[in-house]
Design a protein around this ligand. Structure first.
Ligand SMILES: [Zn+2]
Length: 383
């Protein structure tokens, strides 16, 4: 069982950010709030009143939004060399827009995004993340439970980690919850790490690894919004404060990647596994299933509000497409092409040979066993 650390472990120091003009910040906020209001009205959601912090909550001065470099124009096919997926556990789109923390706001200014994406019907952490990272729903991927049960083995379909592993390109996962290891077949990731429960420790390790090892696919999981949603309620002041925590963690990641020059050829996908209401989430109501979906990187349409429907299974399909892998046979996810410039789409197409095979109902293995799969390896393909 994963123990829940005390709330005091949450980061409380604002991340230093370069200044940007107040007028620009107001402009970004006004545009994003207008978009959010329209989308949430369309979804029948009620706007939540402005956040009033209780006296017991430490007040963190809002960090000025730092400039996020605009995605570079596509000057040749395959500018995207790696994909980093950040999942903010339990983050409702209206929670994000209620807070509109500075780093997310700046990213969205240069990103293609939807506040109407949906997770699968079984809106809980393990089944939803398995769908996000494989492109299959529960009936196919087989992870219908929501806890760490090593005797049950691993996901029953190929994942994006398998694609990178088969090509020798490297994949890694940094998470706050042990149960997510069910999604990583043994050998499919070079590192599966849970250095902490909340995002601060997770992102520090994830950022260092990304800069040092530069895997083709890195998955990063932030627990904070879900934890405070269960303890204090979704859309509570405490849960909204958790959104600010993840914003600062995101800043840590982006600072590291920018300093290393990785932002020029990395596609970032920021999403969530589910939302929530009251103190829980089941998937029965839309507040449980609505999730944000934000893509930012080279070849992505800047400031574009995606109107086509997005499911969490599309995250896997988009990742494979962006990296030149063929779609996984039988997967229900589809690449979110609306997020990309026409030039990027025109230059796209599977550039790698072979398809993902194996892992259909694999035997249960312990996490430290080496994979003995019969996966067909594809030769690495340069971009
Ligand atoms: Zn969750």
């Amino acid at each position: 069982m994963v123990s829940t650390p005390p709330v005091r472990d949450r980061p409380s120091t604002p991340v230093a950010a370069p200044p940007r003009s107040a007028a620009s910040a107001r402009s970004v906020r006004s545009v994003l709030f207008a978009v959010a209001a329209l989308e949430l009205a369309a979804a029948g959601c009620k706007r939540h009143p402005p956040v009033t912090r209780p006296a017991s909550v430490a007040v963190v001065p809002p960090a000025p939004a730092a400039p996020i470099p605009a995605a570079a124009p596509v000057d040749r096919p395959r500018r995207i060399k790696r994909v980093v997926i950040i999942s903010e556990d339990g983050l409702r789109p209206d929670a994000l827009m209620n807070v509109l923390p500075p780093v997310h706001a700046e990213i969205m200014k240069h990103a293609a995004f939807s506040l109407q994406a949906r997770t699968i019907r079984r809106a809980s952490t393990l089944p939803s993340h398995a769908a996000m990272l494989s492109g299959f729903d529960v009936k196919q991927h087989g992870l219908y439970w929501n806890s760490w049960k090593p005797e049950r083995g691993y996901i029953q379909v190929p994942t994006i980690f398998d694609a990178a592993e088969q090509s020798g390109m490297g994949a890694a996962a940094f998470v706050g919850k042990k149960k997510l290891e069910h999604i990583a077949h043994p050998g499919s990731v070079d590192v599966f790490s849970r250095s902490g429960y909340f995002c601060k420790k997770v992102v520090e390790e994830a950022s260092q690894y990304l800069v040092d090892k530069r895997p083709q696919i890195e998955f990063i999981h932030f627990s904070d919004p879900d934890d405070l949603g269960h303890s204090d309620g979704w859309m509570s002041n405490a849960q909204l404060e958790a959104v600010r925590h993840t914003d600062r963690c995101l800043r840590t990641l982006l600072d590291a990647t920018a300093a290393a020059g990785l932002d020029r050829d990395t596609l970032f996908i920021i999403s969530a596994d589910h939302g929530g209401h009251g103190h829980n989430h089941s998937g029965k109501i839309k507040e449980d299933r609505l999730i944000p979906w934000i893509a930012w990187g080279p070849g992505v349409r800047a400031g574009h509000r995606i109107v086509s429907p997005i499911s969490t299974v599309d995250t896997a399909a988009t990742t494979l497409w962006a990296l030149g892998y063929p779609p996984t046979p039988g997967a229900i996810g589809r690449p979110v092409l609306e997020a990309f410039d026409p030039e990027t789409i025109a230059a796209s197409g599977p550039s790698r040979t072979g398809t993902l095979k194996g892992f259909l109902k694999p035997p249960a293995k312990s996490s430290d066993e080496q994979s003995s799969s019969s996966l067909t390896r594809s030769p690495p393909t340069s971009f």
